[in-house]
Write a protein that binds this ligand. Structure first.
Ligand SMILES: NC(=O)c1ccc[n+]([C@@H]2O[C@H](COP(=O)([O-])OP(=O)(O)OC[C@H]3O[C@@H](n4cnc5c(N)ncnc54)[C@H](OP(=O)(O)O)[C@@H]3O)[C@@H](O)[C@H]2O)c1
Length: 189
C-alpha cells in the first residue's frame, strides 16, 4: 500500500537501468484511488517512468516502452549510442539528454524533468543510482523499510558508489509498524 501510495503521488519515477532489467519493470498503472487527486493536481493518470542508462542496453520491445499509459522517458548522456537512441524512439520512448558522454548528471536530470513539469520525483533506486543522488545532494526524502530479520552477507548499501565526504543529516518524519516491519520516512534536515 505504501509503495502504491508513493507511486500514486509521483509525477515521475526515476529508476536505474539495472533495476529495470532485473525486475522486469512494467509501465505504472492508473490507480482508481488516486484518479481524482491526480486530475485535480493536473497530473497524468499514472506517473511517467524515467529509466537512467548510459548503454541503453534495454529491451525496447517490452510493454514499459511500447505500451505505457504515458510515454516512458529514457535519461542518458549526449554521447549515448545513436543506434540505441533510435531504437528507444522507435519503440515510443522519449529520450532526454542530461549529461556529457554517456553519463547522466543527477542534478541536470532532475532539472530536465522539472522543466517538463515533472516535479514530484520519486526514485526507486537501485543502489548505484541512489548513491549518485545522495552524493549530488539532490535527495530530500527517504522512505526505508526495515524488516525484523537478522541475516549476514555482502549485500551493498541502499546507496552505493564512492563515499560521501560529509554525510547529510536527515530527521525522522514518520514511522509506521505492521507485523514488526518498520516503514520509515525521513526528511533532509
Ligand atoms: N530493495 C529495494 O528496494 C530495491 C530497489 C531497487 C533495486 N533493487 C535491486 O538492486 C539491484 C540493481 O541495483 P544496481 O545498483 O545494481 O543498479 P541500478 O542503480 O538500478 O542501475 C544501474 C544502471 O543504471 C544506469 N546508470 C546509473 N547511473 C547512471 C548515470 N549517472 N548515467 C547513466 N546511466 C547510469 C547504468 O545503466 P546501463 O548499464 O544501462 O548503462 C547502470 O548500469 C537489483 O537487484 C534490484 O532488484 C532493490
Amino acid at each position: 500500500r505504501i509503495f502504491g501510495t508513493l507511486r500514486g503521488l509521483a509525477d515521475v519515477i526515476v529508476v536505474g537501468a539495472e533495476t529495470v532489467r532485473l525486475e522486469g519493470y512494467r509501465p505504472a498503472r492508473a490507480r482508481e484511488a488516486f484518479a481524482e487527486r491526480r486530475d485535480a493536481a493536473g497530473q497524468g493518470p499514472a506517473p511517467v517512468i524515467a529509466v537512467v542508462s548510459a548503454s541503453l542496453d534495454l529491451d525496447f520491445s517490452l510493454p514499459l516502452f511500447t505500451a505505457p499509459l504515458v510515454p516512458t522517458l529514457v535519461l542518458t548522456g549526449s554521447g549515448a549510442p545513436a543506434e540505441r537512441v533510435g531504437a528507444a524512439r522507435e519503440a515510443g520512448a522519449e529520450v532526454l539528454f542530461a549529461g556529457e558522454g554517456t553519463r547522466v548528471d543527477p542534478a541536470r536530470a532532475l532539472a530536465a524533468l522539472a522543466e517538463r513539469g515533472l516535479r514530484r520525483q520519486l526514485t526507486e533506486g537501485g543502489p548505484r543510482l541512489l548513491g549518485q543522488f545522495v552524493a549530488a545532494g539532490v535527495l530530500d526524502e527517504l522512505c526505508l523499510t526495515i524488516s525484523p530479520t537478522m541475516t549476514a552477507g555482502d549485500a551493498q548499501r541502499i546507496a552505493g558508489g564512492p563515499p560521501v565526504a560529509v554525510p547529510t543529516r536527515f530527521r525522522v518524519a514518520s514511522v509506521l509498524e505492521r507485523d514488526g516491519f518498520l516503514f520509515t520516512r525521513y526528511l533532509r534536515s
